[in-house]
Design a protein around this ligand. Structure first.
Ligand code: FES
Ligand code: MG
Length: 589
């Protein structure tokens, strides 16, 4: 097999370009002999930096990755990727998932790389890198930076994000002051690594393993454990073999692999952002996947992991209980993992990798026969308000069920009065406005928060009721919107509604006071208005210039809005999807 990098460094048809490509890489001490040796050249796509503290530890881990690459006969080229820090990037880090994707596609395509180690971790870094590996399709392996250690505050576990949502309520009630709020937040971040709850980061790192793109056991090892350095070394070794075996993402990320990942997502209590990201990776891989698949394959799978926000423990506990291998083993032995024969980057099948793994703590990983919760996946709703929106029905509380779903003739449906907010700023300004008459018969609607309306889509759909209702013991109202929800929050919301208001989806036509009917069994959400009235409202809105969104603040926001697809389609850049298997088509330099 002819290595791709030979087109740069040993191209007999173009000696001039070969010389030019060779000479500058020599200037830091690499020798001509090495570059001409025919050894695989392996990229380490470095996502860690001071700007991205969740992934910063990859700067250290890369040393062990290099050792592994060299020990197996490869040469390393480490290079930076566009940083994405979920907690640091304004206005929202999800804007940068597609920017990092675009940048990495160009790097993997344009430089002499035979294979690549994808250094994943914080939230959007994982989908961005898997999307790029899917598009270019050179041999690739992912390496998680690992979750932080457990956080502790006053003797209790303090989990990323989840502790913030709780502290925010205590701050609002005057039980703690600003300084204690900071102390609680800081306690939840005790070490290097990414969020220690089952938020979007832990979810996506787990799914990178479930897809077969990480070595078995790689997802759950805490960032600061010695095993993290050890698996970095093995990852470096393995990518060299993947190049020599010519195993590409298209051999791993098949439809079967995505189906396995959907099942695992339910079992871990995975984030509602997972369908967005997996649908995006699949789109770039050329694999058909949509939100109906998520319901059909994932809904009935039970929750096994007792990890915050769905449960009580954190990532470090999950690792000690056997980690993701133990979860996979439970699913394999129950016979519910649809494709045990799917091949992974280890060179072995899912069944070979995981069937021997042992669950050592059944309080942290529940056995499949006695799960924590039944049917922990998502349902996919549609109706006259949107074509697709997802809901995690397993987080519906007893109190919510009694209040809204207690009609014996119609136990899966409820009707509620819409209270409509245009974006998070409008919600914060008006939620306590008494003239809105918000009570327990209401559903809170958030629109203008989708990929176009709030570029990148804001994590704002899970809205708190007005203070006066909370004071009276009503802690949650049903919520619905065209934005997202943080993976670390656990409230029952109808999320990711597509098309969004800014694309003239049905939510744009709603008015406060409209009646909405939600039927969980039928999978429908409708406003109880005639088609005629809706058509009239649509033409009135069009005449006023359509649903208005704030102006873009940067060039990228404008380019993003011109090209982005809706949340149910993975929020991908539409023109990018047709560029598939780029490395197989490019024919060289
Ligand atoms: Fe980086 Fe949660 S903020 S993983
Ligand atoms: Mg998040």
């Amino acid at each position: 097999m002819e290595l791709r990098s030979r087109k740069w460094f040993a191209n007999p048809n173009n000696p001039e370009m070969t010389a030019l490509y060779l000479e500058r890489y020599l200037n830091y001490g690499i020798t001509l002999e090495e570059l001409r040796s025919g050894k695989p050249i392996i990229g380490i796509a470095q996502s860690g930096s001071d700007l991205s503290p969740c992934n910063r530890h990859h700067v250290e881990l890369a040393k062990r990755v290099r050792d592994g690459i060299i020990s197996q006969g490869g040469i390393c080229f480490e290079f930076p990727t566009h940083p994405i820090q979920e907690t640091g990037r304004r206005p929202t880090a999800s804007l940068d998932r597609n920017l990092a994707y675009l940048g990495l596609v160009e790097l993997l395509h344009g430089y002499p790389l035979d294979g690549v180690v994808l250094t994943i971790g914080c939230d959007k870094t994982t989908p961005a890198m898997l999307m790029a590996a899917a598009s270019v399709n050179i041999p690739a392996i992912a390496l998680s930076v690992g979750p932080m250690l457990n956080g502790w505050y006053e003797g209790k576990r303090a989990g990323s994000g989840t502790v913030i949502w709780a502290a925010r309520k205590r701050l609002a009630a005057g039980e703690i002051d600003d300084e204690e709020f900071v102390q609680i937040a800081a306690a939840s971040a005790p070490s290097v690594g990414y969020c220690n709850t089952m938020g979007t980061a832990s979810t996506m790192n787990t799914l990178a393993e479930a897809l077969g793109m990480q070595l078995p056991g790689s997802a759950s090892i805490p960032a600061s454990y010695r095993e993290r350095g050890q698996i970095s070394y093995k990852t470096g070794q393995r990518i060299v073999d993947l190049v020599l075996e010519d195993k590409k993402p298209s051999d791993i990320m098949t439809r079967e692999a995505f189906e396995n990942a959907i099942v695992v997502n339910s079992a871990i209590g995975g984030s509602t952002n997972a369908p967005i990201h997996l649908n995006a990776i699949a789109a770039h891989m050329g694999v058909a996947l949509d939100n109906d698949d998520w319901q059909q394959i994932g809904h009935d799978i039970p929750l096994l992991c007792n990890v915050q926000p769905a449960g009580e423990y954190l990532s470090e506990d999950l690792h000690h209980a056997g980690g993701i291998p133990a979860v996979m083993s439970e699913l394999l032995h129950a016979g519910v993992l649809p494709h045990p024969q799917a091949i992974t980057v280890s060179g072995k099948t899912v069944a070979e990798n995981y069937s021997g793994a042992v669950n050592t703590n059944r309080d942290v990983i529940f056995p499949y026969a006695e799960p924590m919760k039944a049917a922990a996946g998502f349902i996919n709703l549609s109706g006259n308000l949107f074509d697709s929106a997802i809901m995690k029905t397993s987080v519906i509380s007893e109190a919510f069920r009694e209040r809204y779903l207690s009609n014996p003739d119609d136990p899966d449906a409820f009707e509620a009065r819409a209270v409509v907010f245009d974006g998070p700023e409008d919600y914060h300004a008006r939620i306590d406005d008494a003239s809105l008459k918000i009570d327990e018969s209401c559903v809170l609607i958030m629109r203008g928060a989708g990929p176009l309306g709030y570029p990148g889509a804001a994590e704002v759909v899970n809205m708190q009721p007005p203070g006066i209702l909370i004071a009276n013991g009503v802690n949650e109202l049903p919520c619905m919107g065209d934005g997202r929800q943080s993976g670390t929050s656990g409230s029952p919301s109808i999320l990711n509604a597509s098309p969004e208001a800014a694309a003239m989806g049905g939510l744009a036509l709603l008015e406060t006071g409209d009646k909405i009917r939600i039927d969980l069994k039928q999978g429908r959400a409708d406003v109880l208005l005639s088609d005629k009235i809706l058509a009239q409202r649509k033409s009135d809105l069009s005449a006023r210039g359509g649903y208005s969104s704030p102006e873009s603040q940067t060039p990228w926001q404008e380019i993003y809005r011109q090209n982005v697809d809706q949340l149910d389609k993975g929020m991908v850049l539409k023109p990018a999807v047709k560029y598939q298997r780029i490395a197989q088509k490019d024919g060289g330099v």
